[in-house]
Design a protein around this ligand. Structure first.
Ligand code: AMP
Length: 196
């Protein structure tokens, strides 16, 4: 059983790896970004609020996000483990997660830290836009250069301290550093090796 946090900047490959590992390990991907996009598509009140924040590259409030994870993580399919993708993004969310897991008698086992330099992230987001257009799809609204720069800034200011939090706090978790510039396959192998 593995309770895993995939940690890293936007476009580091967390979502790609979460999907691959979800199938291989039979544990669900819990992506707060996907949950928010579903709320935007459904036109809910939360979706309307989140849409504005996401377009600006900011963060949706800790209270809302922690509430979403609290509901999702208690579902039966999470009993054998889960892959957190894009959560926690603030130290307050990490504290909230700790409390939720304590209530369930669970803990985090691995924090996978994706290392990818900014210039690679920027090139990847440009690619993602071009691929979406080529496939006749609408690119993610927050993949444009201005919003992406803001997302990187938000990551550095509010999310990077979460890594320090896991490095400094005691618990069952191990922080695993992964070179996220490697080909997708190699990244998956490196993660599988670390979590076995
Ligand atoms: P992602 O798909 O993980 O890149 O998330 C897209 C956007 O959704 C982010 O830029 C934030 O605006 C919002 N978001 C996703 N996860 C969180 C979170 N854990 N806390 C706050 N905002 C989030």
């Amino acid at each position: 059983m593995s309770n895993i946090i995939l940690f890293g900047p936007p476009c580091a490959g967390k979502g790609t790896q979460a999907k691959l590992l979800q199938d291989k390990k039979d544990i669900p991907q819990l992506s707060t970004g996907d949950m928010l996009r579903a709320a935007v598509d459904a036109g809910t009140e939360l979706g309307k609020q989140a849409e504005v924040i996401m377009k600006e590259g900011g963060l949706v409030s800790d209270e809302i996000i922690i509430g979403m994870i609290r509901e999702r993580i208690k579902e039966p399919d999470c009993q054998n483990g889960f892959l957190l993708d894009g959560f926690p993004r603030t130290v307050a969310q990490a504290e909230g997660l700790k409390q939720i897991l304590a209530e369930m008698g669970a803990t985090i086992h691995y924090v996978i830290d994706f290392h990818v330099p900014d210039e690679v992230l920027i090139a990847r987001t440009e690619n993602r836009v071009n691929e979406a257009i080529a496939a006749g799809q609408t690119p993610r609204k927050d993949d444009n250069p201005e919003t992406f720069a803001k997302r990187l800034e938000t990551y550095r200011e509010q999310t990077l301290p979460v890594l320090g939090y896991y490095k400094q706090t005691d618990g069952d978790h191990v922080v695993v550093e992964i070179d996220g510039t490697q080909p997708v396959d190699a990244v998956t192998k490196a993660i599988e090796k670390a979590i076995n």
